[in-house]
Design a binder for this molecule. Structure first.
Ligand SMILES: Cc1ncc(COP(=O)(O)O)c(C=O)c1O
Length: 381
């Protein structure tokens, strides 16, 4: 990315020119051959991205919250019990979705900055049985990554459907649907996948699809996956006009993901996270997130005593980098930096140098060049 104003909020992430060019192509018929080709390819690619052999992908205009809602209403029956594992703001949102539709649900929460541990999940499952267990892979409010693979191992001993919110992880951190026993990955286009915002994405396992078929009626119309299924199988069919340009841009974004290679992409996200944290550490910053739960897709960074959130972020934006503030009780205490999608090493270095200039501008003591050196030490530059 040309670092003019580098968008490093934890989503949307910067959109590279190849994807923007796809977005700018003339609008075509939503049931015509170009769209059919791109939607078919995007569906296939989405399955590959979440390591699903026989899963059913869905790509629908909306955003992550719609995919959360679709995941719940298409898998939970009226007498089902749902367990929501929450490690922050978006886990709590999942509980709100359950509440909005009147599902019987419990919430097992962790302290912010950590995630529910597999043994805590195990203990809860021994105390009561659930039909659906939903977790947030990475909660964007805290930067904590849940041990999804371990949850899957615990849940394999139960009959519960396993739903994973991958909005802040899919395409940046491994989500091996088949191997980990995940039944639903719900996600969105605008973070690690590097597409513009505007799509709700889901992949359902065969078991989750069977469950949907067994439900007599669900409290949804547009969000009913059975209405979308014919379109996903044959995009020349119509249910509701899809956002053609956005979907074609998303198809291009998935091509970029697969061209890079998933494992290489996961490693790059981890490398960028380590480099950014080394640079910020050299500037005296400390992370909010427990070191045992750090996600490689964003960093939630505590302000040192005396640094004002608004002044810091405004000046950082003047220095070319846009980051986000804290959510809920962390507002004013932390800033959140996304390092996901199609960032280059130079973007990470630029961001850290911009933070250094910002601190200096705010009259804080900094050792010039130390942060860039720490970044280079990790990136091997
Ligand atoms: C983990 C997680 N889940 C769900 C959402 C909701 O997604 P959206 O804002 O696209 O509705 C977000 C948004 O940041 C998120 O980070």
């Amino acid at each position: 990315m040309a670092p003019h104003e580098l968008l490093l909020i934890p989503g949307p992430s910067p959109v590279v020119p190849r994807v923007l060019d796809a977005l700018a192509k003339p609008t075509v018929s939503h049931v015509g051959p170009d769209m059919v080709h791109d939607l078919e390819e995007a569906c296939e690619n989405l399955k590959k991205i979440v390591f699903s052999e026989g899963g059913q992908p869905f790509i629908v205009a909306g955003a992550g919250t719609l995919s959360m809602e679709m995941a719940v209403v298409n898998t939970a029956g009226p007498s089902d019990r749902v367990l929501v594992l929450s490690q922050g703001y978006f886990g709590d949102r999942m509980a709100q979705v359950c509440r909005a539709f009147g599902y019987d649900h419990d919430v097992l929460s962790s302290e912010w900055g950590r995630a529910v541990t597999p043994s805590e999940l195990q203990a809860r499952l021994e105390a009561g049985s659930y039909d659906i267990v939903a977790c947030t892979h990475v909660d964007t409010s805290t930067g904590a990554c849940a041990p999804v693979e371990d949850y899957g191992r615990v849940l394999a001993k139960t009959g519960a459907l396993f739903v994973v919110d991958g909005v802040c992880a899919t395409g940046g951190i491994a989500e091996r649907m088949d191997a980990w026993g995940i039944d639903v990955v719900l996600t969105a286009a605008q973070k690690c996948l590097g597409a513009p915002p505007g799509l709700a994405l889901l992949v359902l396992s065969e078991t989750a699809m069977e469950k949907r078929r067994r439900l007599p009626a669900i409290p949804a119309y547009y969000a009913d996956l059975l209405r979308w299924l014919p379109v996903m199988r044959d995009p020349s069919k119509y249910f509701s006009t899809p956002c053609v340009n956005e979907m074609r841009a998303f198809a291009e974004a998935t091509r970029i993901v697969l061209e890079e290679g998933l494992e290489a992409r996961f490693r790059r996200h981890a490398l960028h996270a380590a480099a950014l944290r080394a640079g910020l550490g050299a500037l005296g910053f400390r992370l909010f997130t427990d070191p045992g739960f750090l996600a490689s897709t964003l960093s939630v960074v505590r302000y040192p005593e005396g640094v004002d959130d608004r002044a810091f972020r405004a000046r950082l934006a003047e220095n070319g980098v846009v980051v986000a503030g804290g959510l809920a009780s962390t507002a004013g205490q932390v800033f959140r930096v996304g390092h996901m999608g199609n960032l280059a090493p130079a973007d990470v270095r630029f961001a850290v140098e911009a933070v250094e200039r910002t601190l200096a501008g705010l009259g804080r003591p900094v050792e010039p060049g130390a942060a860039g050196k720490a970044v280079d030490g990790v990136l091997g530059a």
